[in-house]
Design a binder for this molecule. Structure first.
Ligand SMILES: *Cc1c(COP(=O)(O)O)cnc(C)c1O
Length: 218
């Protein structure tokens, strides 16, 4: 499917949900994709991308940014504390803040550099043991800890369990965000971004529907 088709489907979903045109940002998830495919999407004019590994992003985005300097890249995969500084320098937003250690690291980096990427807190809405993110019931105290460290949080992010109805998880994430006064919702992927938009997504993360299937899964 082409980028313009995805954009059209997003616009339609926004209208259907009674939301303003352009209220949903499309993050084109370029992880593992060949450079030629990514460059084609850049040449179509798209400027917002998602990566889930710091190392992989560090290998390709500094070069792409020389040709397309207004490009923004978001980290949507897990972050090790020892890569916090590199991530801070490389990404315009980080969607996977989920540990007190990262709060401390980011607070220190923000103070040192005087800037901070946009931050989303990841919630493990399905409470899956193998998955990153906070349990829903721990969200409030974690957000309070962010506030105590003067760390501004834009919103919440989730990855629903593969075998469950995603809209239940989108609704839960929206509820936790509303309860905590957060407006950003990073949710929805290739197979379910329209239902995420219906439930308030502000950032959808779409990979294979734009670029085609990945050569291998991470
Ligand atoms: C890979 C990935 C996506 C994109 O998945 P698609 O099904 O290819 O759209 C979205 N979010 C996260 C966190 C991912 O790792």
């Amino acid at each position: 499917m082409s980028l313009s088709e995805i954009s059209a489907r997003i616009a339609k979903a926004e209208a259907k949900a009674g939301r303003a045109a352009g209220s949903v940002e499309l993050i084109a998830v370029s992880k593992v994709q060949p450079d030629a495919r990514v460059e084609a999407v850049l040449k179509e004019g798209h400027r917002l991308f998602g990566e889930n590994r710091v190392q992989e992003a560090a290998g390709k985005w500094p070069t792409f940014r020389e040709s397309f300097p207004d490009t923004k890249v978001h980290l949507i995969g897990p972050l090790q504390t020892n890569k916090a500084r590199q991530a801070f320098e490389l990404f315009d937003a980080i969607h996977t803040l989920d540990r007190p250690k990262l709060i401390t690291a980011f607070a220190r980096l923000a103070q040192e550099t005087g800037k901070c990427p946009e931050l989303f807190v990841q919630i493990n809405t399905g409470e899956e043991p193998q998955k990153a993110g906070l349990r829903p019931k721990d969200a409030e105290s974690f957000l309070a800890e962010c506030a105590r460290n003067d760390l501004p949080i834009s919103g919440l992010m989730c990855i629903p369990p593969v075998d469950e109805e995603p809209s239940l998880h989108f609704a839960l994430l929206a509820k936790i965000a509303a309860r905590n006064g957060l407006s950003g919702l990073s949710m929805g992927m290739s197979g379910d971004f329209e239902s995420a938009i219906a439930l308030g997504a502000t950032h959808v993360r779409v990979g294979s529907a734009i670029f085609g299937a990945r050569a291998y899964e991470l």
